[in-house]
Ligand binder design. Sequence first.
Ligand code: FES
Length: 173
Amino acid sequence: MRDKNKQGKDAGDLPDKDPVVKHYTPVSQSRRDFLQGTGATVVATAAVTALGIPRASAQQAAAGNAPRTAISLTVNGTRHSVEVEDRWTLVELLRDELDLTGTKIGCNRSECGACTVLMDGEPVYSCSQLAVWAYGKSVQTVEGLARNGQLSPVQQAFVENNGAQCGFARQAN
Ligand code: FES
């Protein structure tokens, strides 16, 4: 989780001030946060000239002050209002903010399908969708297949066959 305090707030509850400010505190920063911050610095620096990203935006992102947008979406029938960094992908929002880790990251570049979710009923690679694009959309993840606390046949088959990621590799064995 990046910040549990931001979860589940209505858009009207979001702070009036610029919520971008993120202070480094050694106690609260996880290894993942550190690595993501380090990676963002490298990527942002490299992308400035290659992609024409304004230098100020790249520096903002590198400093952990990336632009954020408040969005609302429905995931597995539950409405969420969350604040996302504009650079986050949908799979990052699902896994890191909403704790829906059933959606996996395999290739992270639209090749394997492990991150597939349904968006308004259509399958999409959530690694290749920006989280902000999900504004107003309905998303279904594998967790959303369960009914009344009972696993769906697909979920049950993954459990029984020790399926991982997309499950196709296991099926081939
Ligand atoms: Fe492979 Fe998204 S993680 S397509």
